[in-house]
Structure formats: C-alpha cells, structure tokens
Ligand binder design. Structure first.
Ligand SMILES: C[S@@+](CC[C@H](N)C(=O)[O-])C[C@H]1O[C@@H](n2cnc3c(N)ncnc32)[C@H](O)[C@@H]1O
Length: 292
C-alpha cells in the first residue's frame, strides 16, 4: 500500500519566500516526514545540500526513506533546533543560505495512539516529541500542584476555564492516577460549561500540555536568538507557526532585529482551498526574513 505522509502546509508559499537556488545549503530544522524537504531538494543540484533536523527519531526514519528515493545530497540529524549553533559546529555546516522551520507536530505523531498527543485517540499521557527526554504529560497531570497546572493551561492554552479544569484534575487524581488521553479529555469536559463547548473542551489544555512537555516556546526563543549567526549574508529564513504565542515571538523577534529584513510585512496564511483540502493547516502563519 502507498504510504500517506503528513501533508506539508503552505509549501509553495514557503518555497517562494525562501527563493531556493540550485546550489543552496538549506537547513530544514523540523524535517518531520520530509514534505517541505522533498520539494526543496527537487530545486537543489548536486552542489547544494539539505540538512534535516528533528528531535523525534521516528520521523527521521520516514524522512530518510522519502528523500532517498529522489536524491542523496542530504544529511539527517537527530537534535533540537534550539541547539542549532552546536549542531552546525558538530557537522561542520557553514554558509547556510536558507532555513525553514515548520513548528507544531506531524500527522505521524498525532495519529500514533501511544505517543499520547491526541484527545481523540486513547493512549498513554506522554506527548514527548523526543522520547529520550524525561518529563511526560502524565507526570505534570499527576504530580504538579493545582496552581501550576492552572497556570500552564492558562499561559500555553489561553484557556479561560484553566482554574476549573485544574481543580477537577486534582480532585480526580486523589482517587486514581490519570493515565490516558481519553480519561483526561473526559475530566476536562466535566469541568467545562456546556455552552462553551463549540470546539472540544480538551483542545486548549492538550495544546498547553504539549507546549510545556516539549518546552516549545523556550526552544523557539533560543532558536530565534541563534539562527542569524549561521545564516550567510542575504540568506533567508521562513517560519510556519500554528498558534498566536509562537507567532507573537517570531513577529517581535524579526521586528527588533537589526540583522534581518522582513520579507512579508503581512503574514501569509493558507488559502481557503488549502484549508478545505487540509484542515490542519487552518491556523498556520508564515513569516520570512532575510539576513542583511
Ligand atoms: C509540522 S511537523 C513538520 C512537518 C514537515 N515540514 C513535513 O512536511 O513533513 C513538525 C516537526 O517538528 C519537530 N520539532 C518540533 N520541535 C522541534 C525542535 N525544537 N527541534 C527539532 N524538531 C522539532 C517535530 O518533532 C515534528 O516532526
């Protein structure tokens, strides 16, 4: 059976913004299943090279199979883009012309129950993108104090009922350890006023837990402070984000940087046609900048 991959978001827009040249050295800092990279590699000749980073080892296997069928001038690296300076040093990468970052999670990660990312699929409360790291959602939910759980849900999920949800969780865990995604989703649902249930009540809490478990905002901040150091003059960066907390960080960083020129003043969003073809793209925002 043919493998169905994660559908890459804003792919043509990102490639246009990056203005890929044949001999470019490109870093895909979130290679995932290789959707963006496959297209980038098709623009690059044998003098160019693509480096693909991901913190999730399992997605690297998929990316390898996919890219090997078209070209050989790529290198895959298991790592965190927050460590981009060390990664480039270790792999002797210099003169990077283009960088792409596609934040969030891949379909592969959401769809495998045992990764615990989805409230729609029963699985362990895990949510680690890198399974070699320690903290899981299970640990947060079952051992963090109530006020801290409420703060996480409020800060990273922008959830108005954070306190109610945290209270329900803590009351429930006094009786029994909360072990699965669907168990947690049910508890959240009970804490949620009925008239506010237009989207699934667990949506924002699951987002918040994922951001906390994977330190997503800290990693993005560290990346933003580092990447200009590895980008060549006139090199370009394109970043696709999926929630306002990330987009705010990117927008602010690009604006205040004296080393960067913003390529698109108006954020680029998916067309209605892309959203209907791939509903997961609906919250995507693309921003690009050029190194002066
Ligand atoms: C939306 S997916 C990328 C999909 C990819 N562009 C494609 O077309 O297949 C996001 C990927 O970023 C990875 N990721 C998230 N945070 C990361 C980080 N700090 N460092 C490296 N990879 C990260 C995730 O593991 C996931 O595979």
């Amino acid at each position: 059976m043919m493998k169905i991959y994660h559908t890459p978001v804003l792919i043509n827009e990102a490639i246009d913004l990056l203005d890929i040249k044949k001999e470019d050295i490109v870093m895909d800092c979130t290679i995932g299943e290789g959707g963006h990279s496959e297209k980038i590699l098709s623009h690059v000749n044998k003098f160019g090279h693509l480096y693909g980073i991901d913190r999730d080892k399992e997605t690297l296997d998929t990316a390898k199979k996919r890219l090997s069928s078209i070209k050989t001038n790529f290198t895959l690296i298991h790592g965190n883009f927050a460590d981009i300076l060390n990664i480039t040093k270790e792999h002797n990468v210099t003169g990077v012309n283009k960088i792409i970052v596609d934040l969030g999670i891949s379909s592969l990660q959401i769809e495998i129950e045992e990764r615990g990312f989805s409230f729609k699929r029963e699985g362990p409360l895990d949510m680690r993108m890198n399974r070699e790291e320690r903290t899981t959602a299970l640990e947060i939910i079952n051992s963090f104090p109530e006020y801290e759980i409420a703060d996480i849900i409020y800060k990273y999920g922008e959830e108005r009922f954070s306190r109610k949800i945290a209270k329900k969780i803590v009351n429930y865990r006094k009786l029994k350890t909360i072990k699965t995604t669907t168990e947690l989703a049910e508890i959240i649902k009970k804490a949620y006023p009925h008239k506010w249930q237009k989207i699934h009540p667990a949506t924002r809490t699951f987002q918040a837990l994922r951001i906390k478990v994977n330190k997503e905002l800290e990693n993005l901040e560290k990346f933003l402070e580092s990447f200009p150091q590895i980008l060549a003059k006139n090199g370009r960066v394109a970043i696709i984000s999926y929630h306002s907390l990330e987009d705010r960080l990117i927008k602010t960083y690009f604006k205040q940087s004296e080393e960067l020129h913003i390529l698109n003043k108006k954020v680029i969003k998916p067309t209605p046609e892309e959203i209907s073809r791939n509903p997961r793209s609906r919250s995507a925002k693309l921003r690009g900048a050029k190194k002066l």
